[in-house]
Design a binder for this molecule. Structure first.
Ligand SMILES: Nc1ncnc2c1ncn2[C@@H]1O[C@H](COP(=O)(O)OP(=O)(O)O)[C@@H](O)[C@H]1O
Ligand SMILES: [Mg+2]
Length: 401
């Protein structure tokens, strides 16, 4: 008899295991804090105007063009390219213009073949095995004919250069830029190249640059006020009322600027502070909660970043962090890391060490991720010495295989 009552009670909606959370959660919507979430309305930066103009020229004048957007991590590059792309699609649909937007993150591209496969996948085409690259290009030309304009967003494009090498990456861009004239296409094929490397345009060979008709947009990091504007939007959508106030968002923005001015960091910090408050059964996000969440968010972001690096970058970084752990001095001598640590470390991992010039270019690449600062100092005895300092906790990096 007692058993029956228990079952009956569990069946009533009030007895669900979620009841407590339902009452306690201070979130209205957790997904607005996701990295890939594209808001309905963004905080408009004046710097984004060339992106608006780019899409407008695509739609109105079928102008084939390339826009290079460069700027530090978390400055809204990806968001601007995707958000205005979505707006352009809506505008095109209303006016019966056939526009296709292809989004590719270069991190996923391991070879030129995969690149063309990815492009076709954006058209919902699965490529059967056994095709050559030129078959894939041919298929792309065919599907493109169906649109008036194809815009290819190539995100984190510096990775295309590091993974495929200079020649192959240039070759892909060259093929794309010449498709229209070489194949009598009426479709225009435009590109948005997104990168955190300020020198990206230098990697483009001159034939590519001239046939792409490149325009560059450099955007800077967000100011505390701008970050507050972005946070207001997320807080409004994601958090219940009376759990936050404008002052707390300013505090999150100020903390973020202390670290790296990355909007992604600001959004995560707000989310983590809210989760902290929620787990303590309280409702109002306080400055103390933000301070507490700061360290955890920093570690989280660093871990994410490491997951995005390639093996050669990780090997160099591991050698640098060993050097940092083995010395008290904040400044690390790059030449010594190479000679004394890096080479033997590679061998112990069964990998061929890079030559010194390649090692140096990886070190400067790590600077693009804000992982290290790398600079040259004049020796008292004459000549120069290359030094670096690290911006992460060396013990957070462990290579196990
Ligand atoms: N102007 C903005 N308005 C609203 N959200 C923004 C804005 N700029 C950046 N964000 C958000 O901040 C995060 C980082 O932006 P993102 O475009 O990915 O930076 P980047 O590509 O420059 O590294 C994303 O979650 C994005 O949605
Ligand atoms: Mg991005």
């Amino acid at each position: 008899m007692a058993l029956n009552t228990e079952i009956a009670e569990k069946d009533t909606p009030d007895q669900t295991p979620f009841k407590d959370l339902e009452k306690r959660t201070i979130f209205k919507n957790l997904s607005v804090f996701d990295t890939d979430y594209i808001p309905d309305e963004i905080f408009v930066r004046r710097e984004f105007q060339p992106v608006v103009r780019f899409y407008f020229d695509c739609l109105k004048f079928v102008l084939q063009q390339a826009l290079v957007i460069i700027g530090p991590t978390g400055s809204g590059k990806t968001l601007a390219a995707r958000y205005y792309g979505r707006e352009a699609l809506q505008y095109a649909a209303k006016r019966g213009i056939s526009l296709k937007i292809v989004y590719i993150n270069s991190r996923e591209i391991a070879s030129p073949y995969v690149f063309w496969q990815e492009i076709l996948r954006n058209f919902d085409l699965v490529t059967p095995k056994g095709l050559s690259i030129s078959d894939l290009v041919q298929r792309f030309i065919e599907v493109s004919r169906g649109a008036r304009h194809v815009v290819i967003i190539l995100d984190e494009v510096e990775k295309l250069f590091t993974t495929l090498g200079h020649d192959k990456a240039n070759n892909i861009l060259y093929i794309l830029s010449r498709l229209r004239s070489n194949h009598n296409l009426e479709t225009a094929i435009s590109m948005i190249l997104v990168s955190n490397n300020a020198h990206l345009v230098d990697s483009l060979e001159s034939p590519v640059r001239s046939s792409l008709n490149v325009q560059t947009l450099a955007i800077g990091s967000y100011s505390p006020d701008e970050l507050t504007g972005i946070l207001e939007n997320r807080a409004g959508k994601g958090l219940k009322e009376n759990t936050w106030n404008p002052g707390i968002l300013r505090c999150v923005a100020a903390k973020t600027v202390q670290f790296n001015s990355d909007a992604r960091f600001a959004i995560r910090l707000l989310k983590n502070a809210a989760l902290g408050v929620e787990s303590e059964g309280r409702e109002m996000i306080t400055q103390e909660a933000v301070n507490k969440a700061f360290i955890a968010t920093k570690t989280e972001i660093e871990r994410d970043l490491l997951a995005r690096l390639g093996t050669s970058q990780l090997m160099v970084l591991a050698a640098i962090s060993r050097a940092a752990q083995g010395q008290k001095d904040r400044l690390i001598k790059v030449g010594q890391v190479y000679k004394n640590i890096y080479r033997s470390f590679c061998e112990s991992q069964g990998r061929k060490p890079l030559v010194y010039s390649q090692f140096l270019s990886i070190v400067s690449g790590l600077q693009n991720y804000d992982l290290v600062n790398n600079f040259v100092e004049r020796r008292r005895t004459g000549g120069f010495i290359r030094l670096l300092e690290i911006n992460f906790a060396p013990e957070s990096l462990k290579i196990t295989s």
